[in-house]
Design a protein around this ligand. Sequence first.
Ligand code: PMP
Length: 444
Amino acid sequence: MTVPAGGPESWPTHHSKALYARARRTITDGTSRTTLLRKGKHPIYVDHGEGAWVTDVDGNRYLDCNNNFASIIIGHADPVIAGAVQARLARGTAFSLPTDAEIELAELLCERVESFELIRFCNSGTEAVMAALKAARAYTGRPNIIKAEGAYHGTYDHAEASLSPNPTNWGQAVAPATVPYSAGTPASVADEVTVISFNDIEGARDAIHRSGDRLAAVLLDVMPNRVGMPVIESEYVRAIRDATRAVGALLVLDEVISFRLGYGGAQTQLCVDPDITALAKIIGGGFPVGAVAGRRGPMEVFVRSGGGQAKVPSGGTFAANPITMAAGHAAMAQLDGNAFARLDAVGERVRCGLRTVIARAGLDWQVTGAGSLFRVHPHNRTIRNYRDAHLSSDEAAQISEFGLRMQSHGVYFVAESLGCLNLATADSDVEHLLGAAEASLANS
Ligand code: PMP
């Protein structure tokens, strides 16, 4: 049965429910991805996706406004990517021998971004950030890392520090506490990670100079989703870049998501010059991927010089496998200047449209984001950092309810997290999204 988009409030999801009950018998929490669980709800199991839409196992259709957490940029089941993958599949999936597919994707990426003098592939954003931090430590011979409060950089111990602090443990705004995220994180992680507040120029400068000759790198995402997708203040980036240079530390940019903001990523748009960049998501064309790219000097820690061991040996059974490389190349090659202009235009229509719908509903909410990304906040506080964006329990309940209502109106939107659009999103899809938002916010 196919239920038309925008259909009845309570669509049948009994096949999804049954699958979740079955999954819980063998998989911890019923899913390998914590991010797919909604409070008190079973996840929706997908049957297939096409373009901007996904269809669940009960036949319900949803406009996909998450796109696998911003990793799908062309559209689901894109025929060009599928063709490139099928051609490679027929030749074998993975070898303990390199392929030309790796070189093709490497060349495409290095041609686009000035700071990408050398690149190395891995399998996820978590691995890319980990490799970037290890490279920074090896290159500088220093242990410490600085990161912004609330920013998500994957699940490596140092990168996930202070991912989700709250008013009971986050300490002073001028010098936030380093709060371990996972139970069991060694105490030494807190000694090696200093947390700064996003957009706090003085705080960042202070932390960098205090860390001084123990600082390996500042790890920075210029539009961190969990910080509320605030606009980064150009003076803040500049201050971090200048201060890291002054103390001989590196700037590691996490462009795992922000690379989708433009042809040369966010760094080209913002004229930031990182030493190392972590990449993932869109560069795999829908397949698992990660990469670390950067200036020749720090990237050479991965090089085995004179037949000896590299400073940072790195491998990975599936790193640069030809399927991922071919898919990534087929996706990235489609992303020319026009494609990014279209993504920007669709994103802007959605952000503006949502603001209008919110105002019409008489709500004091706001929408942040850029390019194909957006985020809805159930309050009107100015968002410059994680604490501004942090939701009270009432606000968290409101945004979660909004997401569930959107789902019942045919929009898959993880409202507690980022909204993300793909290139296949048509004008009529934007109308559908805004209609769903109007219906979802009525009487809220
Ligand atoms: N950095 C950022 C900014 C991310 O958003 C993510 C994933 N959402 C990661 C790193 C980790 O990437 P992955 O899930 O591929 O490990």
